[in-house]
Design a protein around this ligand. Structure first.
Ligand SMILES: Nc1ncnc2c1ncn2[C@@H]1O[C@H](COP(=O)(O)OP(=O)(O)OP(=O)(O)O)[C@@H](O)[C@H]1O
Ligand SMILES: [Mg+2]
Length: 526
């Protein structure tokens, strides 16, 4: 207390207002910005006071995060940095709902897991995910209403719902029980949409239903999900929910699905199961977040007010589940989500309409608005919804999101030359990697010209930095390298002799197959 003595002097209000900086410090206090580094995620330094900012959700209304900004402003970069650090600091699991498959390589590199719906992984939307059939059916119907036109046709809706119910009953499920075992304790097998279609077709073939056109349309609608080759959601699941939520970093790659409806169906179904699991797992007194679900540009499922994303957002805090939603267009994120988000990372935003929306929702100053429109890549304004009304500003600037460096490695894939047994052997390397600079230095050493080095580097970049080793060797031969040199190069990269012999064997076979085709073209297609 200023030496215990307070001196009173006459200062006009106007004078005090000018000293604004003292009344309202430009950034929240250290206790908030720089909390416990073992219990927070380092983001970067604040712009004005250069304090390291460790994000934690202790002082905010909830752990969910929104990230907005124009294309290229750094949203995906932020998400990657955040998930990686959360896994170090809190051991958090991360699930990326990956619309376009853009996180795939990164997740692979960090040692995470890829689950590719539409490319070999299936999800039965009639799985119960721990729910009673009765509740699950309601959810499935809601999903169909969101993704198809079924809501406009009450009779078709009724027929569909009834048939789904029959399909469960036929497989011995009881509508109001979570118990999924039969009388001798064997796990019941959930029906699939194919069973539902079959039941409807049987009903139609009886010929005594009075609105055959309604029946036909109901069947037709469901069949879009059961066609062979597009029955990703109408087969028994190959994906387990535990695998998705407790395996560290997981990329749910939806890019292999044929269209937006399928992608949304996959994302929504997973969120529904996660919501149920979250409720079943119960309240958690733990340090940090148990699971972080990242949804990048998943506007279709983040827009609906009653979507399951919104429910996870509403209840997540008590279960230590967090959601990150990112979008170029903040108005695409439903208000229910926005109002339940504890932190918003505002990267560069240009459009006045979006700035209006953000300023209206988050209530920051015109000064901040102006700053936001001028931000560079990776720079951000952070808005935090603090528990208590505070004396300090709730929006402040971060100089730069200090992320992990972008990938610096190239990979030669060995998959095509390994035996099945080797492929299954977890100790067997499935690829060899090089730091980009090392790679260039090495091939230079074996006599590849600068021009060719440039060409092969570009090929790596265009192929997501992974090239099949057989194609790569054919390319080196085309550059005029002798087999002897190539062999030394491979050995030098840590590939064993037997594998090298296999590689050359495959090279001869492949060269025959190629005929006159250009190998660079083949690499790009692989
Ligand atoms: N904080 C940062 N530090 C260094 N580089 C960054 C940072 N943020 C982004 N970048 C780089 O800027 C580029 C664009 O970033 P990013 O892909 O994250 O943008 P985005 O907002 O997700 O764009 P889009 O909306 O098109 O997906 C990338 O090459 C990324 O590595
Ligand atoms: Mg992005």
């Amino acid at each position: 207390m200023l030496g215990g003595k307070v001196k009173i002097s006459k200062v006009s209000n106007k004078e005090v207002a000018k000293r604004n900086i003292l009344v309202h410090p430009p950034e929240p206090p250290l206790s908030i910005i720089f909390g416990d580094p073992t219990n927070g995620i380092f983001i970067g330094r604040t712009k004005i006071l250069h304090v390291p900012f460790y994000w934690s959700y202790e002082n905010v209304t909830n752990p969910h995060i929104a990230v907005v900004g124009i294309s290229g402003s750094g949203k995906s970069y932020f998400i990657k940095t955040f998930l990686l650090r959360a896994s170090f600091v809190w051991n958090s699991n991360g699930l990326i709902i990956d619309w376009a498959g853009e996180y795939r390589d990164w997740v692979k590199e960090t040692g995470g897991k890829i689950i590719a719906l539409g490319k070999g992984s299936f999800l039965n939307i009639l799985d119960l995910g721990g729910m009673k059939p009765y509740d699950r059916i309601k959810q499935v119907m809601r999903t169909l209403e969101l993704l198809t036109d079924i809501a406009n046709y009450p009779e078709q809706r009724r027929l569909t719902e009834q048939a789904i119910e029959k399909a469960y009953v036929k497989n011995k499920f009881r509508m109001d029980s979570k118990d999924q075992k039969d009388e001798i304790g064997k796990l019941l097998l959930p029906p699939t949409l194919k069973d539902v279609v079959k039941l409807l077709e049987e009903q139609a073939s009886l010929g005594n239903y009075e609105f055959p056109a309604e029946m036909e349309n109901a069947i037709y609608r469901l069949k879009q999900f059961t066609k062979s080759g597009e029955d990703f959601f109408a087969q028994q699941s190959s994906v387990s929910l535990d695998e998705l939520t407790t395996s560290g970093l997981v990329d749910l790659d939806l890019s292999g699905l044929p269209d937006e409806t399928f992608r949304a169906l996959g994302a929504l179904t997973i969120l529904q199961f996660i919501k149920e699991k979250m409720r079943a797992t119960g309240w958690a007194k733990e340090k940090g977040l148990r699971l972080i679900i990242a949804m990048d540009e998943a506007w279709k499922i983040a827009k609906e007010e009653n979507s399951d994303a919104v429910m996870i957002v509403r209840e997540g805090r008590k279960y230590n589940f967090g959601i990150i939603v990112a979008s170029q267009n903040p108005t695409d994120i439903s208000e229910a989500i926005f109002s339940n988000v504890g932190t918003t990372f505002i990267l560069k935003v240009k459009f006045e309409r979006f700035l209006d929306y953000l300023q209206g929702t988050l209530n920051f100053s015109n000064y901040m608005r102006n700053e936001v429109s001028k931000l560079g890549v990776g720079q951000a304004a952070v808005n935090m919804a603090f528990h208590a009304t505070s004396q300090y500003p709730s929006t402040f600037l971060v100089d730069k999101i200090e992320g992990e460096e972008p990938s610096k490695e190239y990979f030669l894939e060995l998959g095509s030359v390994l035996t099945l047994k080797q492929k299954r052997d977890i100790n067997m390397a499935k690829s060899v990697s090089f730091l980009k600079e090392d790679f260039r230095r090495k091939v230079r050493q074996y006599g590849v010209t600068e021009e060719k080095i440039e060409e092969v580097s570009k090929l790596f970049e265009k192929s997501n930095r992974h090239i099949d080793v057989v194609s790569f060797v054919i390319l080196l031969e085309r550059y005029g390298l002798s087999r002897r040199n190539i062999s030394d190069f491979l050995k030098d990269s840590g590939i064993d002799d037997i594998t090298i012999i296999n590689i050359f064997g495959k090279v001869d076979v492949k060269k025959n197959e190629l005929g006159g085709r250009d190998i660079t073209q083949v690499i790009l297609e692989e």
